[in-house]
Design a protein around this ligand. Structure first.
Ligand code: PLP
Length: 401
């Protein structure tokens, strides 16, 4: 049974796919095969020419394990269809090549790989791109008037967890004949569904919350079928489809997405509130805090505030590094969205390739630590942060500050 859209997300996450094997397995079997056989050329042509949906060749995405995963992915975002990719970057690259040839505008901070692709690599192919910082967003109307076919943004953004108004930017993009694509990786469809707010395409690094266990690399695009049909040949010939084994692992993970996100949301709120009270913390960036600049927008646009938060410490980048190294439950590792908590210092990881001046323009301080709050007990996580902040307090060091 494919769960219709009227079911809540938790139900869709479990009943989103209609795939059952001949024995009635409720789980997606792994069709670990590259090709599929037919009884006649006529039947093969029916599938190739789209008269009948069937399995054909795995690189084309025409594999039942992928079909089952994509049905669930589409159901989660309330989309007609979904495409599964070998990574989040593979999804973004295919999206940009397929739908951004007439110009792409990226609004606000995005993942470093996305910024490199848009700022450096796609222009080498003659694709016009513009990267607008958050403080330049009022220029979007003018920039779009110059012509662009795609607007791309992340909300909440990395690492300052700032929000963009999806409905307002979708309306502006559409007035100029452009599409809006939203990287929904940080929020997950449990907390935010951009298509319901007017966006045209949703992109995910499924490596993060959708996978949820730091054990798979995958990406996804969700949207209207006609939009994704334009991307499909690019996935096919770039060869960037997701492997069936990983597709089955991701499908398994999606079944627990709703409960995992509820716990990520609740624990991040507890940690954010505790850090906001701490004397060594200058600022906490988390949309769930009532005094966060985007809290009002978060309340209307999001159903939960997510598991990501950033703390900015009083003191230097070196002091922040010492705190990160002193943590016992948070691993110092550059990813997010898994069951285990992670910490990164944006100036040494995600935003390392930006110049110090550019980081300053984007408000990314050296003393920031980005936390991915996992599924451990929230009080244990707070205690771990408190011990690391205490043990590394400047009065414990003889180094000059
Ligand atoms: N988008 C966001 C917000 C990310 O954090 C990342 C990776 O960290 C990506 C996209 C790229 O995803 P992947 O590593 O699966 O290619």
């Amino acid at each position: 049974m494919t769960a219709p859209r009227r079911f809540a997300l938790a139900t869709r996450a479990i009943h989103g796919s209609s795939a059952r094997d001949a024995y009635g397995s409720p789980n997606t079997p792994i069709y670990n095969t590259t090709t599929f056989a037919f009884d006649s050329s006529a039947e093969l042509l029916d599938v190739i020419e789209g008269r009948r949906r069937g399995a054909l060749y795995t690189r084309y995405g025409m594999n039942p394990t992928l079909y089952a995963l994509e049905e669930t992915l589409a159901a989660l975002e309330g989309a007609d269809d979904a495409l599964a990719f070998a990574s989040g970057m593979a999804a973004s690259a295919a999206l940009f090549l397929a739908l951004g040839r007439d110009g792409i505008v990226c609004v606000g901070d995005a993942y470093g790989g996305t910024l490199e692709l848009l700022g450096d690599q796609l222009p080498q192919l003659g694709i016009r791109t513009r990267l607008l910082r958050r403080d330049e967003v009022d220029q979007l109307d003018t920039v779009l008037a110059d012509g662009a076919s795609l607007v791309f943004l992340e909300t909440p953004s990395n690492p300052r967890l700032e929000l963009f108004d999806i409905a307002a930017i979708a309306a502006l993009a559409h007035r100029h004949g452009a599409l809006l694509a939203v990287d929904n990786t940080f929020a997950s469809p449990v907390n935010q569904r951009p298509l319901e707010l007017g966006a045209d395409i949703v992109m995910h690094s499924a490596t993060k919350y959708l996978g949820g266990h730091s054990d798979l690399t995958a990406g996804a695009l969700m949207g209207a079928r006609e939009r994704l049909d334009a991307v499909r040949p690019w996935r096919r010939n770039l060869g960037s489809v997701l492997a069936p084994e990983t597709a089955a692992l991701l499908a398994r993970s999606l079944r627990t997405l709703s409960v995992r996100m509820q716990r990520h949301n609740a624990s991040a709120q507890v940690v954010a509130e505790a850090m906001a009270r701490h004397a060594r913390v200058a600022r906490v960036y988390y949309p769930g805090l009532p005094d966060a600049p985007d809290h009002a927008l978060a309340r209307t646009q999001m159903r939960g505030y997510g598991g990501m938060l950033t703390i900015e410490l009083h003191g230097s980048g070196a002091e922040a590094a010492r705190v990160a190294e002193r943590l016992r439950l948070f691993a110092l590792a550059p990813s997010l969205g898994g069951v285990e908590s992670l910490v990164t210092q944006p100036c040494t990881t995600s935003h390392h390739d930006l110049s110090a001046a550019e980081r300053a323009r984007r408000g990314i301080a050296d003393s920031m630590l980005r936390l991915s709050i996992g599924l451990e007990d929230a009080d244990d996580l707070v205690a771990d942060l408190e011990q690391a902040l205490h043990e590394t307090a400047p009065e414990h060091h003889d180094e000059p500050r």
